[in-house]
Design a protein around this ligand. Structure first.
Ligand SMILES: [Fe+2]
Length: 296
């Protein structure tokens, strides 16, 4: 059993899931009967903006204010050496679970259950083992919160820093308060990058996606790594922004990111997976790809 630090009071959201709950409101599960060119999504988006919760808005205000090139460089230097902690599957899940409100016994297992539900839905659909494992571990990078990072540096939609902001970024208007918006070099379409340079050469706003990519990059196939690294890059995988920075590999593997997204967003259900029963299956799956402990 791991020794858990006290949960830091790190931001406006009552818990990290509130961001993902909000994503489901912004991107409701598609109605399959809807014509491809329906304007429903646009209307829904307008409705979303009209009644978004104040704490979510405040969360994005902070995220967009603080995610600068300098901030991202500093966090990469701090975390990417992966010297914080070594964790196996079950200590990782238990550690993540300390993010939820300990005072409510019904949500005590919320993080474990959400990850198991995601993985189990992928497994039910007959996808390869690496895909199932990706469903299970894609949010492990949220341990950043337990290392003391504020919510706006852990979750939220991600976007490239060091180049012009897309108007597809949610609450893009808050980016005018980001100090980088005053740096001319960062505000051309390609900014500090070259057209078609590939996203691997582009710094994304800092959060759990980029962090977990670095934790797992030696162990999983490229499709899995794209899912992990870009699952919160909604401006690109939902709205097609930033294509001018992508290369052929990005265009190919973004199909995997898109295939993963419904499992991330729409597999929350009232049916509770039996964590103890599933534990041996997932420990064996982990062992097929990863060493007993991963370096975080
Ligand atoms: Fe995530």
């Amino acid at each position: 059993m791991v020794d858990f630090p006290a949960r830091p009071d790190s931001g406006p959201l009552s818990d990290l899931d509130q961001w993902e709950d909000d994503l489901r409101r912004r991107y409701p599960e598609p109605d399959n009967k809807l014509a491809p060119n329906s304007t429903k999504t646009k209307e829904e988006f307008r409705a979303y903006k009209a009644d978004v919760r104040p704490e979510v808005k405040e969360f994005y205000r902070l995220n967009h204010l603080h995610q600068t090139v300098d901030f991202v460089r500093a966090k990469r230097a701090e975390y990417l050496p992966l010297k914080k902690r070594k964790m196996g599957l079950w200590d990782g899940l238990e550690f993540l679970n300390t993010l939820v409100d300990d005072s409510d016994p019904d949500t005590r297992l919320a993080q474990i259950e959400h990850l198991l539900q995601t993985a189990e839905a992928i497994r039910r659909d007959g996808h390869p083992k690496w895909f199932i494992l990706t469903g299970l571990i894609h949010d492990f990078g949220k341990v950043l919160c337990l290392f003391g990072e504020p919510q706006w540096a852990v979750v939220g939609d991600t976007f490239p820093v060091g180049c012009e902001y897309s108007d597809k970024i949610v609450f893009a208007e808050f980016l005018s308060d980001n100090p980088d918006s005053q740096v001319a070099e960062y505000q051309t379409p390609c900014g500090i990058y070259e057209e078609g340079c590939g996203l691997d050469n582009v710094m994304m706003s800092w959060g759990h996606d980029e962090y977990m990519y670095h934790v797992t990059k030696d162990y999983l196939p490229p499709e899995a790594l794209y899912m992990i690294r870009y699952h919160s890059f909604y401006p690109a995988h939902r709205d097609g922004a930033y294509g001018h920075l992508m290369n052929a590999a990005d265009r190919k593997y973004f199909n995997a990111v898109k295939a993963f997204n419904p499992y991330d967003l729409y597999t929350k259900s009232a049916e509770r997976p039996d964590a103890d029963e599933l534990r041996s299956y997932y420990e064996a799956l982990w062992a097929e790809f990863f060493p007993p402990q991963l370096a975080f």
